[in-house]
Design a protein around this ligand. Structure first.
Ligand SMILES: [Zn+2]
Length: 506
């Protein structure tokens, strides 16, 4: 492998050598990370040769190899702390790809017209079938967060939106509620399509297969998503509009309602168990036992995401998230050759973020250092959005007492701070969530989440499409800025004197 940057840096140093004290300069004040450095890594990770970095594909092998070898070349060592698995933490996964489904619904003997393309089903086993009257369970839980119905053997219809009850504490997410229903023995769990997700994108996502951690492989025999018009047709059988259904489901006395529909669901699914990996390197700290800083980003993307007829079949994920990995590489290079730090600094590329933060959840279950020793987790995702000089926004602002520190470091670097909490809309949609949910102080800092117009422009166009490719137009100014920000953030949090985490019990 070649590293164009290294050659260029060498030339720069050779020139600097003719001036005074170049060694001290190089040690103390390395040149800021440049757009070209970031670009050189994205160009490799998002190239067609990496096949869109799908977990369990040849693209995974290439990606892991590139990340580990590049980090090693910067002086990092394996960070798995597991001699049997240097660099690569195994993440056992199960993937299911549906290839056929049949949906048949009748109301009092009359065929209920449900657009079959409005129902997306997947089975637990190669073939599965469920018949019976569906039970509308609203959010599936009451204000106490517990299941609100006996669902044993039932086909269940659940709202995917966040439950809202007056005065209720934090309630389980849609994913968690689906799992609860499956564990309670539901024969099928059908959920309404999330409002924000366009149906076409859901369809592609499902056709691409669903993945779970093998350790978390609990699902109903059949799971499915219903397009809004299908949900509507089902609820109409009990004279409920979708809005009424939501309102009713949010009332404390809500009781599950059987829908008078004879439903017959059948699925054919291919099921594959395999091992993917988180890749983890570290820069050992000078003061062992003083804690750890974890920088993470997801290495995976959607892989080969279109059928054989498509002109471009590869979802390259240049922005999502080759850009974040490029930042983690450049930051590792600067920190690896810089002055020693007190704490261990870990660099992790997670797998299967796109399939539900799976690699990050696995790490949170089997951390390579005890979670309470991690003083901060800094996630880097989708950074090639904003131009240079964008204000620094924080996903996680107000959540863990780190705002002032990050704001000061950003301002000291001449960057403005975006102090609102708009970016927190993404808090559950990023790997840091898996760690934050277990009490690790977790933030995602950078320019991408300060300009919602630019971010939305990305999310509504090339995001998760084959067009998320590296081009001359890809904006990398903000990515280089964010890389430099993370050099300073990591240095600060790795410094025992500068950053003392609150002790347990505070
Ligand atoms: Zn993504």
């Amino acid at each position: 492998m070649t590293h164009p940057f290294r050659a260029r840096a060498f030339t720069t140093l050779a020139v600097a050598a003719s001036t005074l004290c170049f060694a001290a300069q190089a040690q103390d004040k390395p040149a800021p990370i440049s757009v070209d450095e970031v670009r050189s890594h994205i160009a490799i990770l998002a190239s067609d040769a990496f096949e869109g970095r799908g977990p369990g594909t040849a693209g995974e092998t290439r990606t892991l190899d590139y990340l580990a070898k590049t980090w090693a070349s910067y002086g990092l060592i394996s960070g798995t702390n597991d001699a049997a698995h240097p660099w690569f933490q195994p993440v056992p996964l199960v993937e299911r790809k549906p290839y056929a489904q049949a949906v048949h619904a009748t109301v009092r003997g009359k065929l209920l017209k449900l657009a079959e393309d409005g129902v997306l089903l997947s089975g637990r086993n190669p073939t599965d079938r469920a018949t019976g009257e569906p039970l509308f369970v609203g959010y599936g839980v009451g204000a106490d967060g517990k299941l609100n119905a006996d669902v044993q053997g039932r086909i269940v219809l659940m709202l995917s939106a966040e439950p809202k009850f007056e005065g209720a504490a934090k309630l389980p997410t849609s994913r968690e509620r689906q799992k609860m229903l499956a564990e309670a023995g539901a024969a099928a769990v059908l959920v309404t399509a999330p409002e924000a997700a366009p149906w076409g994108a859901l369809r592609n996502q499902l056709a691409n297969g669903s993945m779970r951690l093998a350790s978390d492989d609990i699902g109903a025999p059949i799971t499915g998503v219903l397009r809004a018009d299908v949900t509507e047709a089902m609820l109409r059988t009990v004279r409920l509009s979708p809005a009424d259904a939501m309102a009713k489901a949010g009332q404390s006395g809500f009781a599950a309602m059987p829908l008078p529909v004879a439903l017959d669901l059948a699925t054919s699914t291919s099921v594959r168990s395999f091992e993917s990996h988180n890749v983890i390197g570290k820069i050992p700290g000078a003061k062992p036992g003083s804690g750890a800083v974890v920088l993470l980003g997801h290495w995976d993307h959607l892989g080969i995401c279109r059928s054989e007829e498509a002109e471009d079949r590869i979802c390259n994920g240049a922005v999502d998230n080759a850009s974040g990995m490029a930042v983690l590489l450049t930051v590792a290079e600067r920190l690896g050759r810089g002055a020693p730090m007190d704490r261990d600094v870990y660099f992790m590329g997670t797998t299967a973020e796109e399939r539900g933060l799976l690699g990050a959840y696995h790490f949170a279950d089997k951390p390579v250092v005890p979670l309470e020793q991690i003083v901060v987790a800094l996630n880097v995702d989708t950074v090639a959005i904003a131009p240079a000089g964008a204000p620094v926004a924080l996903v996680g602002r107000g959540e863990n007492g780190l705002d002032e520190i990050v704001d000061k470091i950003a301002r000291d670097m001449g960057r403005a701070v975006d102090a609102d909490t708009e970016a927190n809309a993404f808090i559950r949609r990023q790997d840091g969530w898996a760690l934050g949910a277990k009490g690790v102080k977790s933030i995602m800092a950078g320019g991408s989440f300060s300009d919602m117009k630019l971010l939305q422009a990305f999310l509504t166009t090339v995001y998760h499409q084959p067009d998320d490719e590296l081009t001359d137009a890809t904006e990398l100014g903000g990515a280089a800025d964010d890389a430099n920000l993370h050099v300073n953030l990591a240095r600060h949090f790795a410094d025992e004197a500068k950053y003392k985490p609150a002790t347990t019990g505070d």
